[in-house]
Design a binder for this molecule. Structure first.
Ligand code: AHG
Ligand code: MN
Ligand code: MN
Length: 336
């Protein structure tokens, strides 16, 4: 058996891949790992303590904020603030984001973090997996100057790292720095994330499709046709495919990454841009999926090439095994 490798050891080893790295990105990833362990502790005892339910506020999207949404947001911001490597946090739970450059230790920080602190939060109360999604950019303007739109609204192709944490039957942290994808499982007995899934790759074909079919009538024709294709009987292509939809994007993506599959949250008649957010949901997941050998598109363009104009903008998402994504794109181009 291979000796245990912790996330901390792995990050330091990988620093050698970036000859000019000074360890700042490594420290930033370490800080995110620490906050993830704290959030994991609370998620695990969610049924025991008075942490379920809403805080009575709604966030900027008019959604009820769960206590754990707020708690997770606080923990990640706190860890990034005390780590000193992050100058700005864009969070689902913060309308304007949080600038950290005025705090002494982060004065010269070079990195911007976009985060969905708790993904799938409606699943917490029913003991179903939830997650955290993060994306990291290097600021473009020189340190010491005020942050600009160009710093905060970078395209996904400019990400220097991205990842997710899944708080599931076990807790895992999966991340990429653009040189493949690696997964770490939390060993609760030693409190460390340990390398369990080196060099993760997504199968080119899959047999699972994940979409909220309750919205079927509101989907574009191309998506409706693809769903019918998934349901048809065909021995050669192993159809019908299996439908699996958890409602926590992280969990749906994680399963499809391991087994092969496609995750779709399209535009609908009532949500012309879909539901998911570009900066802290779609871009980081797209980076991971592409690094694992898959594909991520809006149906019209590669997700990571979108030039954002708002921290909270939404985009349609079609992500997963390359051959499955290509099939959806084929249906969409035929039916548009
Ligand atoms: P969040 O909990 O961060 O708001 O995200 C929920 C997202 C995503 O995780 C999931 O795939 C999707 O919303 C589910 O939406 P529907 O209930 O509309 O299918
Ligand atoms: Mn989310
Ligand atoms: Mn969330």
């Amino acid at each position: 058996m291979n000796p245990l490798k912790t996330l901390g050891q792995f990050i330091i080893e990988k620093q050698a891949d970036f000859p000019y790295a000074k360890g700042e990105l490594s420290r930033l990833l370490r800080d995110i790992g620490i906050a993830a362990k704290i959030v994991n502790r609370e998620v695990n005892k969610a049924g025991l303590v008075d942490i379920l339910g809403t805080v009575g506020d709604t966030n900027i999207f008019g959604e009820k904020q769960k206590k754990l949404d707020v708690y997770a947001d606080e923990q990640f911001i706190k860890a990034l603030k005390s780590g000193g490597e992050c100058c700005f946090v864009a969070s689902e739970e913060q309308e304007d984001g949080v600038e950290l450059t005025d705090t002494g230790i982060s004065k010269n920080a070079k990195y911007i973090v976009c985060i969905d602190p708790l993904d799938g939060s409606s699943n917490i109360e029913v003991n179903v997996s939830v997650g955290t999604i993060f994306s990291i950019y290097r600021r473009k303007s020189a340190v010491g100057n005020p942050l600009t739109h160009e710093d905060l609204l970078q395209s996904g192709v400019d990400q220097v790292a991205a990842g997710y944490v899944i708080y599931g039957s076990s807790t895992m942290l999966v991340y990429t720095t653009g040189k493949g994808v690696n997964g770490f499982t939390l060993d609760p007995s030693i409190g460390e994330f340990c390398l369990s899934h080196p060099n993760m790759t997504i199968p080119q074909k899959g047999l699972i499709y994940s979409i909220n079919e309750g919205n079927y009538l509101k989907f574009p024709q191309g998506i409706k046709s693809y769903i019918k294709y998934c349901q048809e009987e065909d021995i050669q292509t192993n159809r019908p495919y299996t439908s699996r939809y958890i409602g926590s994007m992280v969990a749906d993506i994680h399963r499809n990454l391991l087994l092969g599959g496609i995750f779709i949250y399209p535009q609908t008649a009532t949500q012309p841009l879909g539901k998911l957010r570009l900066m802290y949901e779609c871009n980081p997941i797209a980076f991971i999926i592409e690094q694992a050998g898959g594909k991520a598109s809006t149906g019209k363009q590669r997700i990571m090439e979108i030039k954002p104009d708002d921290l909270h903008q939404r985009v349609p998402a079609i992500m997963g095994s390359t051959e499955m994504v290509d099939k959806v794109l084929e249906f969409m181009s035929k039916d548009s």
